[in-house]
Design a protein around this ligand. Structure first.
Ligand SMILES: *Cc1c(COP(=O)(O)O)cnc(C)c1O
Length: 413
């Protein structure tokens, strides 16, 4: 979408506002689908936690995506957005047996990541097919070396516990229908991914009733110039051959599943915020926007680099700015960025604002969470209203009778 479209959205809906371009989401989905076009059975399950607005979930459903969920609430959102239960996989970690049972009652695919719950669930519900999340303990070292690491990661069932895992499955007679891994950001390059996949294949051989192997996600997209990004075409080519060979060996066409979040929605998102103040100090020029880490926490939480442009003055001379927010704590969006000259009232645009941006927003400093707008086929559609003061106090139970206001204030007398 064009910069002028974004500017118009900021004018029409106000700032701060998140904008998502459906065309980019669709093209990323198509790209990944094509990259694995030679797999007989491919299933992409969009990871809802990246961006969970109902409109986005409906868009994914319309593309033929399944849904990867990490909480019972995300399962419910998926069902509300029209996903069939069998197209939802529930991959929590550290949740109670009760929550897993509730998700199972809703008919979604259960994925279990620890032996304790596996044993309890298997003993009570031996007929329910269950996927198991394996931790292959693989991570990329420097210069694309592969190392066996992250032995203390909290995710998944360690491959070193396979014998124990097999005893539980045998004892409970439960049905394991899927094998899963999601190593997150540990896997940066394709060789490492393939190496971890071999561990998954080795594990898969132990189970006779598999329907799918889920390779998780962790696909990288570029945030700034020169960033590494996953070459999904190369991965598709290399993993497809190996996967199809494995299926022959296994004696059955299994489904190859992925659960991308960031890859599908990151680049489709733009966050628009208005500049309140331009503040010149002795060493820095700050541009303060009407937002903060309450709306976009990734720069402060992960050191993420979101590219920032000035939509209001595209021809302006480039100058250096530190873009900061209005939160009463350090909330820097970007240090010493070259941006077209900024005036108070200008609209700045933060790129890569589709994944883990709105879903991580909070009401810190009692601020409202922003509106969300979907740009679809040349038109803007409001998909979430900006919050109001009612939202801030919604669940508070005011107890005015407990305390009487004191008229004596602590001022020096
Ligand atoms: C978060 C998550 C994903 C998505 O990861 P991305 O890096 O956004 O693609 C996939 N699977 C599981 C289990 C997750 O928790």
């Amino acid at each position: 979408m064009k910069h002028s479209d974004l500017l118009k959205i900021a004018q029409n809906y106000g700032a701060p506002v998140y904008v998502y371009d459906s065309e980019k989401i669709i093209s990323q989905f198509d790209r990944l689908t094509k990259a694995f076009g030679n797999v007989p059975k491919l299933k992409l399950n969009y990871a809802a936690k990246a961006l969970s607005n109902l409109a986005i979930l409906r868009l994914m459903n319309s593309l033929g995506s399944g849904l990867d969920t990490v909480s019972i609430q995300e399962v419910k959102l998926g069902l509300l957005a029209g996903f069939r239960p069998q197209d939802i996989i529930y991959t929590p970690n550290g949740v109670s047996l009760e929550e897993i049972e509730k998700a199972s009652e809703l008919g979604v695919q259960i994925n279990i990541d620890n032996l304790s719950i596996l044993e309890q669930f298997g003993a009570k519900h031996p007929k329910v097919p269950v996927c198991i999340r394996i931790n292959p303990h693989v991570m990329a070292g420097g210069n694309s070396n592969i190392s066996v690491g992250h032995i203390d990661s909290k995710f998944g069932i360690s491959i070193h516990q396979i014998p124990h895992l097999l005893r539980i499955v045998e004892l409970t007679k439960m049905n394991i229908n899927g094998i899963h891994m999601h190593t997150g950001s540990d896997i940066l390059d394709i060789d490492v991914f393939l190496y971890a996949s071999e561990i998954l294949f080795d594990t898969a051989k132990h189970f006779k009733e598999l329907e799918f192997i889920d390779f998780g996600s962790g696909f990288k997209v570029p945030y700034k110039e020169g960033d590494i990004q996953t070459n999904v075409e190369e991965l598709g080519q290399k993993l497809t051959g190996r996967f199809n060979d494995f299926c022959k060996e296994y004696g059955k066409d299994l489904t190859l599943a992925f659960e991308p979040g960031k890859f599908l929605v990151s680049e489709a998102g733009f966050f628009l915020a208005k500049v309140n103040v331009v503040k010149q100090t002795t060493s820095t020029v700050f541009a303060s926007v009407d937002s903060g880490f309450n709306h976009l926490i990734r720069p402060m939480l992960y050191g993420a680099n979101h590219h920032i442009i000035n939509l209001s003055n595209p021809e302006g001379r480039e100058r250096y700015y530190s873009v900061v927010g209005y939160i009463c704590e350090t909330d820097t969006f970007g240090n010493n960025r070259r941006i077209n000259e900024i005036s108070e009232g200008d609209i700045l645009c933060f790129h890569n604002a589709g994944a883990y941006c709105f879903t991580m927003a909070s009401n810190y400093n009692s601020r409202y969470r922003p509106a969300e707008v979907l740009w679809h086929e040349g038109k803007s559609h409001l998909i979430r209203e900006r919050e109001t003061f009612d939202d801030i106090i919604r669940n508070q139970v005011d107890q005015p009778a407990l305390f009487v206001p004191s008229l004596e204030k602590s001022v020096a007398k």
